[in-house]
Design a binder for this molecule. Structure first.
Ligand SMILES: [Ca+2]
Ligand SMILES: [Ca+2]
Length: 190
């Protein structure tokens, strides 16, 4: 009985030795500003929600200047992160409406409503993040009228994305994850 206890102790010792190494490799440390207080179960990022209604370009500048690198308007990776964000956004104060800008853009000159949408890092936007019948460029004709996107929490069923023109001031969600904005993607924001 005492020898079995000894084996278990050795095994336990090995596990304690390996775990910190695995954490260092898989999750490079990112120091986030103290204002990034929102954490989600589906993501290792931290977030800052702004209820202050501003144009997207003003939110973009504020988010990216929060830290030397790795803060930006949120890149929503999947429906789980989107659902968790939606739950948070439903609880925060809102001044002018129910919309929050995210870091998503459709480049100018696209022929189709849903084509070429990317995050500000240049990654494709998952099609299932859009609300039903969106993106619609307002009138279902792709003519460059709506090239930016918001999460609209007025829809009870989801927080799915809606494409918008960028002419109106809304809140926004900033994300801290150590990822950088692609300057080419944001060079020509509407
Ligand atoms: Ca469009
Ligand atoms: Ca739209």
């Amino acid at each position: 009985m005492s020898s079995r206890a000894g084996v278990l102790l050795v095994v336990a010792g090995c596990r304690i030795g390996f775990d910190p190494i695995a954490v260092d490799i898989d999750a490079p440390s990112v120091t986030c500003p103290s204002s990034y207080t929102v954490m989600l179960g589906s993501s290792s990022s931290s977030y800052r929600v702004s209820s202050e209604d501003k144009l997207l370009t003003a939110h973009h500048a504020a988010c990216t200047s929060d830290a030397p690198s790795g803060t930006h308007l949120v890149f929503i990776d999947d429906v789980m992160e989107q659902a968790d964000l939606y739950a948070v956004l439903r609880t925060v104060p809102r001044v002018n409406g129910d919309r929050f800008y995210v870091g998503v853009v459709q480049p100018p000159g696209e022929a189709d409503l849903a084509s070429a949408w990317v995050s500000f890092a240049g990654d494709p936007v998952a099609p299932d993040l859009w609300r039903r019948d969106e993106p619609n460029d307002l009138d279902l004709i792709e003519d460059g009228g709506e090239q930016l996107a918001v999460v609209d929490v007025s829809f009870a069923e989801s927080g799915q994305l809606v494409d918008v023109s960028g002419n109106a001031s809304y809140g926004a969600i900033c994300e801290c994850d150590g990822l950088l904005v692609d300057p080419a993607v944001v060079a020509d924001l509407p």
